[in-house]
Structure formats: structure tokens, C-alpha cells
Design a protein around this ligand. Structure first.
Ligand SMILES: *Cc1c(COP(=O)(O)O)cnc(C)c1O
Ligand SMILES: [Zn+2]
Length: 558
């Protein structure tokens, strides 16, 4: 590590000491770390490949002198997962999920905590204060425990109780403050000043912003492993590749601030060709950054009373971070977007059912934003998109799942039973699950498309499913199984969807079985005419969500 801090107000350069917050020249608190990128561009390509895949892999670009192996919990190095089902549903095949749930404290805040606590430990700090909407306090508590730092965690009384208990479990002092998160920050600041304690300064803390860069570095390396280096430029091809979009749910906006700095450094070192467009997504109940950006304001309008269940994202006053983020987003053609709590809960459910990823509501906000931007055409079908899945599930079932998410089995009482115990159990179960499920034949020649439809139907529960990979096989299975519904692709080898329909309608045994056509084909007028009266519904591949599809199916079967 060799770097210097440059003041964003007066450009004065000074060395870094974790406990000195202000610029020695003008007193400003907003400073940026500058590294010797020229030299690093030559040395890093030889060193990095031989190192473990965690965030210390890039330690020359972090503000810690000697990375301390006794504090680490294996932070960073989270997987980049291809979201195949989401890609098919949205018609945007290259969607990747940076799975930050898999960090040591199950949110991306553990990068921030790991680097910050390492820097503070080096500076001799033994007691400190943080204000948090939950995850920052959890992450700092874990690393403070390892580093021997006493932590005072200020949280709003709205933070879910499970999160508060987790903070306390690590041995931190939990201070609950009523009112908004902005009030919590003020209270924490007062307390720190009174007792002369070090206070985490959010986006003004150098290690916090710097730690987030590692998300960008890792994405660039991981996309390269997936696609190979980016050869689109003339001359020397760069080491790595960046996505077209980086999408994240934001509260204060530290994440995208750091991530975009990371990509900028990679660009300056010549490791990537172009930087991604950055997207920040907020909840509509607390979206000062989105609203101010859409109004093209220079400074953010504060939301005094956030109205959202998603407490993690309830920063009403983004302060100066707004200016920096606005510049970042405008420079590279990014966007800010807001989504309702309901849209976020729905996205959370889709992500779990379709990709096997159970994210907390705050993380789901990013996915709801993704859905919106793809559907409105801002994100194009050929774009490569990385969505940060920022944190793990908290228990929000009552908002997300509605009422009927469990089935009750009521077993007969001992004294009244007339049947054998086994019969009693079977009888009780028969009230819960019918003996015969509706039968559905899925006809499609691509494996991914069949898997997607299978997954949509089975995640709801009660169907018996059959699959056919071409028209001829489909007719065989349909005649054998007499299904209640057929989901039919049009373009297939052997016999295409039109041929299957003709055969079905010519046979009295099969003529009245309902058919949903699901196709990627742009239909001509003649083709539409051919389908008229023959099918129940037409779905365009790459333009439907799982629950819309399910509604269609249930509308036909029930
Ligand atoms: C902190 C947090 C966010 C918001 O991150 P910022 O970049 O600080 O705005 C999003 N999701 C989760 C799970 C978080 O903990
Ligand atoms: Zn200055």
C-alpha cells in the first residue's frame, strides 16, 4: 500500500491517518485515496493471479499497511452466479448475481467492516461508535470482536429485532434510538464527541469507500473467467472485462461510490476497456437520491419521514454523497430508479423461487429495479448486467408471502379415531393435497426453456408435469397422458408447433385440450391468423414474469 489522500475541495494532498478526518489545509471532510496506478498496472498482473480469491488479493489498492491475518474471516471472494431463469424470463440472457450474502456476516457490509477495522486496529483504536440501519453494526461487531475493539452500535428502534439481537450477540453495546436514521446518526455523533471516541463517518471514511472497490475488481475478474478478456478494442487486449451495468439497492450510496471508483482505477491501469453504467435503486418510500436526480437537482432534497418497511434503506438525507453519485451515474449513462416495497417483496419471492437465492428485502430492491429497467428498455437484451445481492433473508414473511404459504395437517384425535393410524394420516393429508394434480405437458426444444416453465409451475406446487422436446414426441405424450393443459413452443425440429396444433385439432380425443403458446418468434399476420381460435393464450418469451405466467395457467385450469 502506498497512497495519498487528495481533498475534493482544495486538492491538497496529505498522508493518511485513520483518526484524522479533516483536510489539514481547508478542514474539508471529503477526501479521496490516490494510488500509484502507473506502477501497479505493471506489478499487479504478475502478482494477483497467485493469491487467494478474497478481498486482500488487491491489498495494494486498500488503505491498510499490513493486512492482519488474525482479524480476517474470509471476506470478499463471493461467487458471481449466472441467473439463467431470470435471463430467460426477461429476455436478457446475460444477467449475473454477485452473491454478497455469502460473506462472513451475510451482507456486503463485511467488506467495509473488515477493511475499516483492520485500518483502525493499525491506528491503535480500541473503542468506537457506529450508526447503522442494521447490517453495518452486525458486520462491525463481528470484526470488532476479533480485533478487540469495543463497539457502540446506534440503531433506530425500527431495525428488526433479529438484527438487533445479532449485534448484541457479538458483544456490542446496542443503543436503540427512536425516530429516523438521520436522528440516529446525530445521536451517535453527539455521543462520540462527548466521550472522544472514534466514529465511523460513513462515506467520508476512507477504508469504507475503498473496501467497496473490491466488488468491482472481483466482478471484472469473474466475468473474464466467464467470457474471456474484452477484445473489443484495437491493439493490446485488456486483462479483464467489465459488465455493461452494475445495479445495487442504495441507502446512503457508499456501495456504488466505491464500486465505480474501483472500475475507474481498473480503467486507468488499462485492465478493462470501459467502465459499467451504474444503477442505484431505492424504495419509493425513501428515495431522495432518485427523486432529486430525476428533477436534475444539484443537491438532494431530504426525506424527513421515510415510509418503507425496508428499514435497511431508510437514509433520508444522503448529504454530499448524492453529488458524487449523480456525477458517477451521469458520466457513464447510468440511472437511478425507485420501486415500491411491494415490488421489492415480489422480486424477493421471484429470486428465491427461480434462482434459489433468498435475499433480504433491501437486496431485492435491486432486482425489482432490474425488472423495471429491462421492461422499460433502458437495459437492452444484449447487455451484460451484474446485480449485487447485498444481503441475506431477514424474516419478513408477513409482508412477502401473504396468507396461504403453509398447509395445516390436522391429525385425528386418539380417542375418536375409528381407522388405523395410517388411514387417519392419509385421510388428514387428503384434505391438504388432492389425489390428482392437473397434468401439464411442456413442449419446447430448448432445455432452459423447459426448465424455466417447470420451475414456475412446481414452485407453486400442484401440477403433474411432462416434457417433450419436439412435436412428434409431444403428440405421443399428449395421447398417452390426456393432459389438462399443453404449453407449446412454435419453432421446433421434427414437427413444429403449428403442426402439433393441426394434429391435436384433427383428433376428437385431443381437440379440446387447452393450449398456451409460448414463443420467441415475432409472429406474422398469417401465423397469428392460423393460431386464432386454436389456442387459449399467447406468451412472448423474454417478456413475462413467473406470476403472470402462473395466473394464465390457473385461469385456464381452474
Ligand atoms: C447497506 C445496504 C444497502 C445499501 O448500501 P449503500 O451502498 O450503503 O447505500 C443495500 N442492501 C443491504 C443488504 C445493505 O445492508
Ligand atoms: Zn482541503
Amino acid at each position: 500500500m502506498s497512497f495519498i489522500l487528495r481533498c475534493t475541495d482544495c486538492a491538497h494532498k496529505a498522508p493518511y491517518f485513520p483518526t484524522i478526518i479533516n483536510c489539514p489545509q481547508c478542514g474539508g471532510q471529503w477526501r479521496e485515496a490516490e494510488y500509484d496506478l502507473e506502477t501497479l498496472s505493471k506489478t499487479l498482473p504478475l502478482q494477483i493471479p497467485n493469491r487467494p480469491f478474497d478481498l486482500w488479493r488487491y491489498h495494494e489498492l486498500l488503505p491498510v499497511r499490513n493486512p492482519n491475518p488474525t482479524i480476517t474471516l474470509g471476506e470478499g471472494g463471493t461467487p458471481l452466479i449466472k441467473a439463467t431463469n431470470l435471463g430467460l424470463m426477461l429476455g436478457c440472457p446475460n444477467i449475473f448475481i454477485k452473491d454478497e450474502r455469502q460473506g462472513p456476516t451475510a451482507s456486503f457490509k463485511d467488506r467495509q467492516a473488515a477493511v475499516s477495522i483492520a485500518a483502525l486496529k493499525e491506528a491503535g483504536i480500541t473503542e468506537m461508535v457506529v450508526a447503522s440501519t442494521g447490517n453495518v453494526a452486525i458486520a462491525y461487531s463481528a470484526y470488532a470482536a476479533r480485533a478487540g475493539i469495543k463497539l457502540w452500535a446506534f440503531v433506530t428502534s425500527l431495525v428488526p429485532a433479529v438484527k438487533m439481537r445479532e449485534i448484541a450477540l457479538y458483544g456490542s453495546q446496542v443503543i436503540k434510538v427512536t425516530g429516523s436514521y438521520d436522528n440516529v446518526k446525530r445521536a451517535a455523533s453527539e455521543f462520540a464527541q462527548q466521550r472522544n471516541l472514534y466514529q465511523n463517518m460513513g462515506a467520508r471514511s476512507i477504508p469504507s469507500v475503498e473496501s467497496m472497490k473490491t466488488i468491482g475488481y472481483e466482478i471484472a475478474e469473474q466475468l473474464t473467467a466467464y467470457f474471456g478478456p474484452d477484445n473489443t478494442s484495437e491493439g493490446r487486449s485488456p486483462l479483464w472485462r467489465a459488465p455493461d451495468w452494475y445495479i445495487q439497492a442504495i441507502s446512503g450510496g457508499m456501495g456504488p461510490l466505491g464500486v465505480s471508483k474501483g472500475f475507474s482505477e481498473l480503467k486507468k491501469m488499462g485492465f478493462i476497456n470501459k467502465e459499467p453504467a451504474i444503477v442505484g435503486v431505492q424504495t419509493a418510500g425513501c428515495s431522495p437520491i432518485v427523486d432529486s436526480w430525476k428533477k436534475d437537482l444539484e443537491t438532494a432534497e431530504v426525506v424527513e419521514v421515510p415510509r418503507t418497511h425496508i428499514e435497511t434503506l431508510a437514509t433520508g438525507d444522503p448529504g454530499r454523497t448524492y453529488k458524487f453519485l449523480r456525477e458517477v451515474v451521469n458520466r457513464k449513462g447510468g440511472a437511478f430508479e425507485s420501486v415500491t416495497d411491494e415490488e421489492a417483496f415480489r422480486a424477493m419471492h421471484v429470486l428465491a423461487k427461480m434462482e434459489g437465492i433468498s435475499a433480504e428485502p433491501a437486496a431485492a430492491v435491486a432486482f425489482a429495479g432490474l425488472f423495471k429497467l429491462v421492461r422499460s428498455g433502458v437495459i437492452k437484451s444484449g447487455d451484460t448486467v451484474v446485480v449485487n445481492c447485498t444481503g441475506h433473508t431477514m424474516p419478513p414473511e408477513k409482508f412477502v408471502l401473504g396468507d396461504n404459504w403453509a398447509r395445516d395437517v390436522i391429525l385425528p384425535k386418539e380417542e375418536t379415531k375409528k381407522e388405523t393410524p395410517k388411514e387417519g394420516i392419509l385421510a388428514a393429508l387428503s384434505h391438504v393435497v388432492p389425489e390428482r394434480f392437473p397434468r401439464v405437458v411442456i413442449v419446447d426444444d430448448t432445455t432452459e426453456a423447459r426448465l424455466l416453465i417447470r420451475r414456475i409451475l412446481q414452485s407453486q406446487g400442484d401440477f403433474t408435469l411432462f416434457e417433450a422436446t419436439n412435436g412428434k414426441e409431444a403428440l405421443r405424450i399428449i395421447r398417452r397422458e390426456s393432459p389438462d393443459l399443453i404449453i407449446l413452443d412454435l419453432m421446433m425440429p421434427e414437427l413444429d408447433g403449428f403442426g402439433v396444433l393441426d394434429a391435436l385439432k384433427a383428433d376428437p380425443e385431443t381437440e379440446s385440450i387447452p393450449v398456451i403458446v409460448s414463443t420467441a418468434k415475432e409472429l406474422t399476420r398469417e401465423e397469428k391468423e392460423r393460431l386464432k381460435g386454436q389456442i387459449q393464450s399467447l406468451l412472448q418469451k423474454g417478456d413475462f414474469m413467473s406470476d403472470e405466467f402462473l395466473d394464465e395457467v390457473q385461469g385456464i385450469i381452474h
